[in-house]
Ligand binder design. Structure first.
Ligand SMILES: [Zn+2]
Length: 79
């Protein structure tokens, strides 16, 4: 019975060690996609598609997915 308890304690220690290592090795993997996630999403006023804000075309009324949709919405470049 005494050995059974020690085996249990050792198995628990191994499990805890593996778990702590896995958490550390997973952390760098999860970091790169995190900034790429819904950072700044824009919605095209013409077709409603979602796209990254830095890829959106700016109009006077709002953002568009392309210059064609900005023109179709009868909007102009504010600059
Ligand atoms: Zn669009």
């Amino acid at each position: 019975m005494k050995y059974l308890i020690w085996i249990l304690v050792i198995l628990l220690a191994i499990w805890a060690f593996k778990r702590s290592r896995r958490v550390k090795s997973d952390a760098p993997k999860e970091q790169p996609p995190a900034p790429a996630t819904p950072a700044n999403m824009a919605v095209c006023l013409h077709c409603g598609i979602h796209l990254p804000q830095d890829e959106a075309v700016t109009g006077e009324k709002g953002l568009y997915c392309s210059a064609e949709h900005r023109a179709a919405a009868q909007d102009r470049n504010p600059v």
